[in-house]
Design a protein around this ligand. Sequence first.
Ligand code: DC
Length: 215
Amino acid sequence: MIVAIDGPAGSGKGTVTKIIAEKMNLQYIDTGAMYRCVALKMLEEKVSLEEKEKIKQILDNIEIDLKGTAVFLNGKEVTKEIRSVEVSNFSSPVSTISFVREKMVELQRALANGKNIIMEGRDIGTVVFPNADVKIYLDATSEERAKRRVEQNEKNGLESNYNQILKDIIERDNRDMNREISPLRKADDAILVDTTSLSIDKVVEKISDIIYNQI
Ligand code: DC
């Protein structure tokens, strides 16, 4: 069984998908982490967005392992590193490169092979698995998503500026939604869940009900 969860950053996708994976015994696959690995490798090797041949070389040799929520890049754990602000910002333009997307989609399809999975991303229901058994699109207003990010930063002892975060979120959404290949959008047959005024528990309950009703 394949459950596809798409939506913008801060929609609650990550948190909720992890909980449902555990609850329903589905393998959790975070595709954003895969684009982040490519961005991290490019930063480490000082490869720019214009250096197509070097990026192709990186992709030819890349090995990404997702073990639950832990992420390994060419054998080294990078779970924390891929969440840095630098990697977050760079992964967005990296994910607009067509051959990067082709390679990631190929890896994502291979990961799912014959398993019961829940995969979260931006193009899972539209491109990676257009025939997924369940498709959900999570959304929330940009203001609510910025507020959540500020709260998350506070919890982690990081300083943050609400207005800057809101600006970054709007910028990233624009880029993700307007890129030429596989833009972030709700698949026609995906179920929209607006999480703006819902608690995490409530979202988990809603999505679990949708999954149970569709299988
Ligand atoms: O979900 P995230 O913030 O970890 O994703 C990191 C970047 O990767 C983000 O800019 C969008 C992009 N991405 C994508 O283009 N397609 C996916 N399936 C997942 C993420």
